[in-house]
Design a protein around this ligand. Structure first.
Ligand code: PRP
Length: 210
């Protein structure tokens, strides 16, 4: 049996990722074990699981350090790593949006500054619109930027909308919907094809039944 390494994302998508692998019987115990470790082995099934930052999942998969991984469509579109996207897992639903101060929603601004953790997505979005903007890359707490005068708007993901609301911000435009995706290393798809197809099949069924 081929050995398979799975990269799972830490943070908000972790629990749902553990659940979906458990629910279809791929590995029942990861949730318990992963609460303590970043790396676990299911020796019986020849499976390894690693827990990494969501933005690092495609890197592990592209380089073959993991055969498959779970990560958001937002991250995939931003990083454009060379791997196959094979399945929409249906959880981790959120939207990529342009947001800004609620009281300035209808103010026209030329040459605005856009703070974001997703510079490539933001750049492409404004390029398509033919708008000139200055992109300011941040690594987190993006909602702060318009509040302290670092930018006029942000491009970020919104899930519940709580962070925007609590900071007096509102959605100006929706860019695209996002959710968790299953990604596969291109070489592994060929060399470990049977095992990977079986995993995709089980996860697809779990997705359809949830
Ligand atoms: C994400 C995103 C927003 C927030 C949206 O940040 O960048 O800040 O979640 O979620 P909500 O609509 O449910 O409030 P994350 O929690 O990943 O933290 P970060 O700002 O440190 O990246």
């Amino acid at each position: 049996m081929d050995s398979i390494t799975v990269a799972l994302p830490k943070g908000r998508m972790a629990d749902k990722s553990f659940e979906i692998f458990a629910s279809c019987g791929i590995s029942e115990n990861i949730q318990n074990e992963m609460s303590r470790k970043l790396f676990i082995c299911d020796i019986e099934r020849n499976l390894k699981f690693i827990l990494v930052k969501p933005t690092d999942v495609p890197t592990y998969v592209e380089h073959g350090a993991a055969d498959i991984g779970v990560c958001g469509k937002d991250v995939l579109l931003e990083l454009k790593r060379d791997c196959y996207e094979v399945l929409d897992l249906g959880f981790g639903k959120c939207k990529m949006v342009v947001a800004g101060p609620t009281n300035k929603k209808n103010t026209f601004l030329s040459n605005k500054r856009v703070a974001t953790k997703f510079p490539s997505i933001a750049e492409e979005f404004y390029k398509k619109k033919g708008e000139n903007v200055e992109i300011i890359k941040l690594n987190g707490s993006v909602e702060l930027a318009p509040l302290v005068g670092l930018s006029e708007v942000i491009v970020d993901i919104v899930e519940t909308g709580t962070t925007l609301r609590e900071n007096g911000l509102t959605v100006y435009e929706e860019i695209f919907p996002s959710s968790a995706r299953l990604i596969v290393n291109k070489a592994s798809m060929k060399t470990k094809s049977d095992r990977i197809k079986e995993i995709i099949y089980k996860l697809k069924q779990a997705t359809e039944n949830s």
